[in-house]
Design a protein around this ligand. Structure first.
Ligand code: RB5
Length: 159
């Protein structure tokens, strides 16, 4: 795992993963996070050659669930494929957010632990705003905890 900017012991660690569509976006978001004082773990590709987004969605999901990272950010062309992959890792709650309101609510009500968006959908400045507000929002608990528990219970049932 490549650290883009190592932080202090208590610094919040953000795992970031991306496919080939989001190399420039990943760099911009990672630089933004470093400026804000987060530690960034780069789990994405840095090459422009076509690659497979499920690899990176899974990597981000596993980093978050294992505790290597506190939260994750996963970016592909739309945010969709990489979120589907991340959500297959038990314990992940990945949400695609193309604007700040949904991003904030995904933390407050859904306790999202992986933020996804599309590098072909949002511009870099919008992405920074989404990321900043997502990281600053807090889970409200209460009735939302019960509902999140219900979502996570689905993982424990056989189909
Ligand atoms: C790659 O062309 C594209 O399919 C991928 O980045 C993503 O948008 C998939 O959901």
């Amino acid at each position: 795992m490549k650290k883009i900017c190592p932080g202090e012991e208590e610094t919040m660690k953000i795992a970031i993963g991306n496919d080939h569509t989001a190399v420039e976006m990943k760099r911009a978001v990672a630089d933004f996070l470093c400026e804000k004082g987060y530690e960034v773990l780069n789990l994405g590709t840095d090459a422009e050659e076509s690659c497979d987004y499920p690899v990176y969605g899974e990597k981000v999901g596993r980093a978050v669930v294992s505790g290597e990272a506190d939260l994750g950010i996963a970016i592909c062309g739309t945010g969709l494929g990489i979120s589907l992959a991340a959500n297959k890792v038990k314990g992940v709650r990945a949400c695609v957010c193309s604007e700040p309101y949904t991003a904030v609510m995904s933390r407050r009500h859904n306790n999202a632990n992986v933020l996804c968006f599309g590098a072909r959908v949002v511009g870099i400045e919008m992405a920074k705003m989404i990321v900043e507000q997502w990281l600053e929002a807090e889970f409200e608990g209460g009735r939302h905890q019960r509902r999140v528990d219900m979502i996570m219970d689905i993982e424990t049932r056989d189909n």
